[in-house]
Design a protein around this ligand. Structure first.
Ligand SMILES: [Fe+2]
Ligand SMILES: [Fe+2]
Length: 267
């Protein structure tokens, strides 16, 4: 099967890139299942129900979030009431947080696909449970009981070291482990020693002529002055769609391919 993972969709430019490139990418790689990180899809901060519905109408099967999960308050109820519960937030959010940190999807071809997101802790200012402890307690038993034919862990976080630590620790448990959040793709896609496909960060789907998707002037002014009242707005030039394709067929080895298409980056 061919799985497509698309990195943090930033604002309208990111959504436009998805409209433009997703059908071609799905056709080229014969994609069976698509996951999009949409924590920045609503003007850079959070996601709205309308945008979620726009993404599903484009053929996105699962949407993941991150530290910006609740930036748009209307998603807080919707995450529990949307028709298919296909929005995944970090599994190590505090107990009683709305939504779910993983889901096992039943694909029409009969296979079960587990999608889980975990949040790292370094340089992140939101309350979180320990990522390792949470995964050990809530996910490993499902994997050990073969509840999923294919399993993917999205590691949302700032520090490459911590994302590598989680990737290496759970090598062999998941089909693929990949990072999101930094909005910059890393060029380290590979198969880890025990067989898990891995990339530290799959980059953003947004305008790269920016500061991680935001207009440059106010972002730089904030850095130079420390004044946070300079509003950050998504950059609106043509976006690059950035992500990975992971391919795994029953008894074959897994493979991973990174891509950036459109805008000012083409790899
Ligand atoms: Fe992000
Ligand atoms: Fe994030």
């Amino acid at each position: 099967m061919n799985f497509l993972f698309i990195g943090d969709l930033v604002g309208r430019a990111g959504r436009n890139a998805l409209h433009k490139h997703l059908p071609k990418i799905k056709e080229k790689y014969k994609i069976d299942f698509t996951v999009v990180n949409a924590e920045n899809s609503a003007a850079g901060f959070g996601i709205t129900p309308k945008i979620y519905e726009e993404l599903t109408s484009l053929g996105v099967d699962a949407v993941t979030l991150g530290n910006h999960s609740w930036d748009k308050p209307e998603i807080i109820d919707y995450i529990n009431t949307n028709p298919n519960n296909n929005i995944i937030r970090p599994i190590n959010f505090l107990k009683n947080s709305p939504g779910n940190g993983f889901k096992i999807f039943q694909h029409k071809n009969g296979f079960n696909i587990l999608i889980c997101q975990v949040h790292t802790k370094l340089f992140i200012d939101i309350p979180l449970n320990d990522p390792f402890y949470t995964l050990d307690n809530e996910i490993l038993s499902l994997l050990d009981a073969n509840k999923a034919n294919y399993s993917f862990l999205e590691v949302h976080g700032e520090a490459t070291s911590e994302k590598n630590g989680i990737g290496q620790h759970y090598d062999g448990k998941f089909t693929g482990i990949y990072g999101t959040h930094t909005h910059i793709p890393t060029s380290d896609s590979r198969i880890l020693p025990k067989g898990t496909a891995f990339q530290t960060d799959i980059g953003m789907t947004g305008d790269y002529d920016s500061i991680i998707g935001m207009k440059k002037d106010n972002a730089i002014r904030r850095m130079r002055t420390g004044i946070k009242s300079n509003r950050l707005e998504p950059a609106d030039g043509e976006a690059t769609i950035s992500g990975i394709v992971i391919t795994k067929n029953f008894d074959e080895k897994v493979s991973i391919k990174s891509f950036q298409i459109g805008g000012i980056i083409n790899n």
